[in-house]
Design a protein around this ligand. Structure first.
Ligand code: ATP
Length: 638
C-alpha cells in the first residue's frame, strides 16, 4: 500500500495536478477498481507504461507496443546528497517515482526512467544513461537540467577524481573505435554533409588543434582520470574490416543569447572574463530543415581520448563561471560539447553519428542569488532561455495529444533551443538528467523543473539510429577491390578527392549552363503566357461587357413594366385629380379677373366722385367769396 491519498468520488481531485493527467474514475466502479485505475493512470507521470508490478514485464510490454524506431525521451532524476532530506520530497525507487508534497497536503508525483539518489555514483549514472546509447551507435542529445547548484555540471563534467558522463563518454568512444580511428583529418562534417578535405584544409585543421593542445598541459590530470576510468569501466572495441573512423569535436557556449566558440583561435582564455566577452566573436546559428549549424565554428579532429580530453579541458577554461548566492562556482551560460563521428566503410558507405552533451545553466530566483548588474542580466537571459525551452517541450507535448495541425514549436525564440532543435523536434534521441537539491528552499524552482521534465518525457524520437550517406559517395567504388590498410585507403581517398574536385568543377560548370538555359526557357515561357493571358483577358472583357449591357436593358425593361403594372390605377386616379385641380385653377383665375375689373370700375368712380367733390368745394368757396363780397358791398353801401 502506498502512503498517498487515492482519488475517489468521496475525495476531490488534487487541483495541483494538470487537468490532462488527472485520474478520472469511471461511473459504477467500486473503490478497488478506482484504486487500480489510479495505479495505471498517468498522474503527473512521465510514462505510465513503466508502471507495473514487475519492472521487466512492463518494459517488455512497452517494447512490444511501440515501433522500434519510435520511443519517448529518457528522463532521469539525480538527487544531490544533502545532510537532511526535506520531508517535502519522497522517492519510491521501485516505482521510479518521486512524490512531492507541501505543508497543506498537496501532492504531486513524477515517474522517471530511473531515479539516482545521493548515494548513486558517477559510474552508475554513466552506465545507465549514456553507455547503452554509445554501444548502440545512437545519435543523442543529453542535457543536465535543474536549479542552480543542484549538480548539473558535476553530473556532466565532474571532478578529476570523480569524472562525469562527458569525459567517460569520450574515453568510451575512443576505446570502442580505437582500432579503426584514422590519424589524418580526411573527412569532415560540413553543414550536415561528409566533406573530403584537401591537403591544405587538413593541415590547417591540424595546426588549429596543435595550437589548442599547446595552451595548457593536462597530461597529469588525464593520467589520473584514466586510472580512475579503468577502475570503473571495462570499455572494449572491436576491429571493423575496411573501415576508417574520423572523430571531430566542437564546443560552444551560449552566454547572454550570444553563441561563442570555446575552441576559437586566438584564444583569449587567460584574460579577465569581462574583457574576454568583449573580444570574443558571436557566431550565427543557421538551421535547415530541422538540422542546425553554427557558422564558422571550429571543429577539431581528435585521434585519441587524451587529445579529446585536452580539448574539452581547454574549452572549459573559456566557460563563464561566477560566485552566486547559491553556488560558489555557478555556470553563467549554457554549453554544448559536440562529438561527430564519421565512419567510412569500403567501398562506398559513409555513416555518421553525433552526440551532444549540454550543460544548462541553472534556473534561479534573483532573490536567492542576490545578483545585480551583469550577474542579474546573465540570470535574466538564462531564465528566459529556459522558459523558451519549457515552452518548446510543452508545445511538443501538446502536439502529441492534440488532433489536427500541430503547433509550431518555438525553437527559434532562443539560441539554446535553436541548437537543441534536433532533439526537441524528435529527430535525435533526447536524454535529460534532472538534477535536484531536495531542500525546502528550492521547492518552488524544483517543481518548475519537474513539471517541464515530465513533459520532456513525451517527446517522441522518430528517426533512424544512423545517418547513411552511402549512395552519395558511390564513386568510391573500386572494381579491383582488395582489403587494404588504413594508410592505403587514405592514399586512395586523397587521389579520389582530387578526381572529385575535378568532377565537382565540371558539374558546377554544367549547372551554370543548365541554369542559364533554364532561365532563358523560363523567360520565353513567361512572355508567351503573358501574351496569352492578355488576349484572353481582352476577349473575356468585351464579351462580358456586351453581356452586361444586354442584361442591363432587360432588367430596366422589367423594372419599368413591373412599376407601370403595379401603379397603373393610382396613376389614373392621380391624373383625374390633376385634371379637376386644373379646372378649379382656371375657374379661380376667371373669378379673379372679374373681381379685378370691378375694382377698376369702382376706382374710376371713386376718382370721378373725388373730382366732383373738389369742384363742389371750389364752387362753394367761390360762392362764399361772392357772398362775402356782396355783404361787404352792402355794408359799404349803407
Ligand atoms: N551528486 C553529487 N555528489 C557529490 N557532490 C555533488 C553532487 N551534486 C552536486 N555536487 C556538488 O555541488 C556543488 C554544485 O554543483 P554544480 O556546480 O555541479 O551545480 P550546477 O547545477 O552546475 O550549478 P550552476 O547551475 O549554478 O552552475 C559542487 O561542488 C558539486 O561538487
Amino acid at each position: 500500500m502506498d502512503d498517498y491519498p487515492r482519488p475517489s468520488f468521496l475525495h476531490p481531485r488534487d487541483p495541483s495536478i494538470d487537468r490532462r493527467y488527472r485520474p478520472c474514475p469511471k461511473k459504477a466502479q467500486n473503490l478497488d477498481e478506482i484504486y487500480e485505475d489510479y495505479e495505471d493512470s498517468d498522474i503527473e507521470v512521465i510514462s505510465s507504461e513503466y508502471e507495473s508490478d514487475t519492472e521487466t514485464a512492463s518494459l517488455e510490454s512497452l517494447a512490444s507496443t511501440k515501433p522500434a524506431t519510435e520511443e519517448g525521451a529518457l528522463v532521469y532524476l539525480r538527487l544531490k546528497p544533502v545532510e537532511e532530506f526535506c520531508e517535502f520530497y519522497s522517492i519510491q525507487p521501485h516505482h521510479k517515482r518521486l512524490i512531492t508534497s507541501t505543508a497543506n497536503g498537496n501532492q504531486k508525483q513524477f515517474v522517471f526512467s530511473d531515479i539516482f539518489d545521493g548515494m548513486v555514483t558517477q559510474k552508475e549514472v554513466y552506465e545507465q544513461c549514456v553507455k547503452p546509447r554509445i554501444d548502440n551507435d545512437e545519435n543523442f542529445t543529453i542535457m543536465s537540467y535543474g536549479t542552480s547548484g543542484s549538480g548539473k555540471t558535476f553530473t556532466l563534467i565532474g571532478h578529476e577524481e570523480d569524472p562525469g558522463i562527458l569525459p567517460r563518454a569520450l574515453e568510451h568512444i575512443f576505446e570502442k573505435h580505437n582500432q579503426n580511428i584514422h590519424p589524418q583529418p580526411v573527412s569532415k562534417m560540413h553543414y550536415g554533409e561528409c566533406k573530403l578535405l584537401s591537403d591544405q584544409e587538413a593541415q590547417a585543421d591540424i595546426r588549429v588543434k596543435n595550437t589548442l593542445l599547446s595552451l595548457d598541459d593536462f597530461t597529469k590530470d588525464y593520467h589520473y582520470f584514466k586510472e580512475y576510468i579503468e577502475r570503473d569501466h571495462n570499455f572494449t572495441g572491436t576491429y571493423k574490416d575496411n573501415c576508417s573512423i574520423f572523430i571531430w569535436v566542437s564546443f560552444v557556449e551560449i552566454y547572454n543569447e550570444n553563441v561563442f566558440d570555446l575552441l576559437a583561435l586566438p584564444p583569449t582564455l587567460k584574460t579577465k572574463t569581462r574583457k574576454k566577452h568583449l573580444e570574443r566573436k558571436s557566431l550565427k546559428v543557421v538551421s535547415n530543415h530541422g538540422n542546425v549549424y553554427v557558422k564558422e565554428l571550429n571543429t577539431i579532429h581528435v585521434r585519441t581520448a587524451s587529445e579529446a580530453y585536452h580539448i574539452l579541458k581547454t574549452g572549459l577554461k573559456g566557460v563563464t563561471y561566477a560566485d552566486t548566492g547559491v553556488n560558489a562556482n555557478s555556470s553563467r551560460s549554457h554549453f554544448i560539447f559536440m562529438v561527430d563521428i564519421i565512419q567510412y566503410s569500403h567501398p562506398d558507405l559513409f555513416t555518421t553519428q553525433s552526440y551532444r552533451f549540454c550543460d544548462l545553466a541553472g534556473s534561479e530566483r534573483q532573490t536567492k542569488t542576490n545578483c545585480a548588474g551583469s550577474r542579474l542580466k546573465e540570470a535574466q537571459t538564462i531564465n528566459k532561455s529556459l522558459v523558451v525551452l519549457g515552452r518548446c517541450l510543452d508545445t511538443a507535448n501538446n502536439n502529441i495529444t492534440r488532433k489536427g495541425n500541430p503547433e509550431v514549436i518555438p525553437v527559434r525564440e532562443s539560441k539554446l533551443t535553436m541548437l537543441l532543435q534536433p532533439a526537441l523536434l524528435g529527430k535525435e534521441k533526447l536524454c535529460m538528467i534532472v538534477a535536484l537539491t531536495p531542500l525546502e528552499q528550492f521547492y518552488e524552482e524544483n517543481m518548475n523543473v519537474l513539471n517541464y521534465a515530465s513533459i520532456a518525457k513525451n517527446i517522441v524520437f522518430k528517426s533512424q539510429k544512423k545517418k547513411d550517406t552511402g549512395r552519395r559517395f558511390s564513386w568510391f567504388t573500386s572494381t579491383n577491390y582488395e582489403p587494404r590498410s588504413n594508410d592505403r585507403m587514405v592514399d586512395e581517398l586523397i587521389a579520389q578527392n582530387s578526381q572529385l574536385q575535378y568532377d565537382r568543377q565540371e558539374l558546377t560548370d554544367q549547372i551554370i549552363i543548365m541554369k542559364a538555359e533554364h532561365d532563358r526557357a523560363m523567360t520565353n515561357l513567361e512572355d508567351k503566357l503573358r501574351k496569352d493571358l492578355n488576349e484572353r483577358y481582352k476577349k473575356s472583357e468585351e464579351s462580358s461587357r456586351e453581356a452586361w449591357q444586354t442584361l442591363l436593358k432587360i432588367e430596366t425593361k422589367k423594372v419599368e413594366m413591373e412599376v407601370s403594372s403595379r401603379f397603373r390605377d393610382q396613376i389614373e386616379d392621380l391624373n383625374c385629380e390633376l385634371e379637376d385641380l386644373r379646372e378649379e385653377v382656371l375657374d379661380l383665375k376667371s373669378d379673379l379677373n372679374g373681381e379685378k375689373l370691378i375694382t377698376l370700375e369702382l376706382t374710376k368712380q371713386l376718382e370721378i366722385a373725388k373730382h366732383e367733390l373738389m369742384n363742389a368745394q371750389m364752387a362753394k368757396s367761390t360762392l362764399q367769396r361772392k357772398k362775402s363780397n356782396v355783404l361787404e358791398e352792402k355794408e359799404n353801401h349803407f
